[in-house]
Design a protein around this ligand. Structure first.
Ligand code: MTE
Length: 300
């Protein structure tokens, strides 16, 4: 059974089996989505051995806490995550300030084991827990004119040394096209390894878009806005030549300062060789269609 479906690689099997099966039946029954589970990334499934909890929680990017890889683990402890309010605004039927529990109430939490590929050319495999972003969007009621979703991270200067030092402009902002946001692979993650999301990984709720470079997976979200205009994301704002809006993992489109054709798997050991980067991070069968009409070297 293991390795057949993305979701069968349960590290802790935190999702009650009944909810899990219902959910899958629900998805399988939805027109056009059969491929998502039928394909299951078979080509690269063998590699999907999750990184350790230790690796996932001590090698991080979270500039609000500093730019070093261990800064988030060292400094995120002070972040206040309870209570947590998420403002939902823009082109939605039910705007408002939602307590996190209310926003998630009634939605199905699943485990998803995904490859995670940073634009810096390192990668991990992470067993997330979360809800599909599409379910949150359905709950708040997206209006017909909406075309994009914009996200913002919390700013707590007193608890965030990177914010105090102004290492970049905050709040950290990200965005997705609405069809990307609604794609069943797009997860609002609230935990990993069956534990509540560690602060350094973006507690209490962060985005995970597994076919895009990690910077799209914005952490500690406090605002979700439905817009007509394409949002400007933080890294595009900092350097639009190096970081685009789409940021789809692509071994054939190099970063201006380094190759994206291979990646270093974290935890692979000092002498382990690099592995080939996969188009759309291995999720081409599931998401390739979203970009059928685009030149990925222009819209990077
Ligand atoms: N979200 C916020 N708010 N601030 C950040 O600095 N870094 C991004 C992304 N989300 C970042 C963020 C980058 S570059 C990566 S690779 C991932 O978070 C890292 O996620 P991880 O630390 O859970 O592996």
């Amino acid at each position: 059974m293991a390795y057949r479906w993305t979701n069968d690689l349960t590290a802790a099997d935190v999702t009650p089996k009944s909810a899990f099966l219902n959910r899958r039946q629900l998805i399988a029954g939805t027109a056009g989505l059969g491929a998502l589970f039928a394909a299951g990334g078979a080509s690269a499934q063998e590699e999907l051995e999750p990184n350790s909890f230790e690796e996932i929680t001590t090698y991080n990017n979270f500039y609000e806490f500093g730019t070093g890889k261990t800064d988030p683990a060292d400094n995120a402890g002070e972040m206040v995550i309870d209570p947590w309010t998420v403002t939902v605004d823009g082109l939605v039927d039910n705007p408002g300030d939602y307590a996190l529990a209310d926003l998630l109430d009634g939605l199905t939490t699943e485990e998803r084991i995904y490859r995670f590929r940073c634009v810096e050319a390192w990668s991990m495999v992470i067993p997330w827990n979360g809800v599909e972003l599409a379910d949150i969007l359905d709950k708040v009621g997206v209006q017909d004119t909406a075309r994009f979703v914009r996200f913002e991270t919390a700013v707590q200067p007193e608890n965030m040394p990177g914010v105090r030092r102004g290492v970049i402009d905050f709040p950290y902002v990200e965005g997705l096209r609405l069809d990307e946001a609604r794609h069943p692979l797009t997860l609002m993650a609230t935990g990993l390894y069956g534990e509540p999301m560690p602060k350094q990984n973006g507690a209490p709720m962060r985005l995970v878009v597994p076919w895009k470079y990690g910077f799209k997976s914005i952490k500690s979200i406090v605002r979700i806005t439905l817009t007509e205009e394409q949002p400007v994301n933080t890294w595009q704002e900092i350097n639009a030549r190096e970081y685009g809006f789409y940021a789809n993992v692509n071994p054939n489109v190099d970063h201006p300062r380094w190759s994206q054709s291979t990646e270093r798997r974290i935890g692979g050991g000092l002498f382990s060789s690099r592995q080939d980067t996969l188009l759309f991070n291995g999720y081409e069968e599931e998401v390739g269609e979203l970009y059928a009409d685009m030149d990925l070297s222009v819209e990077y």
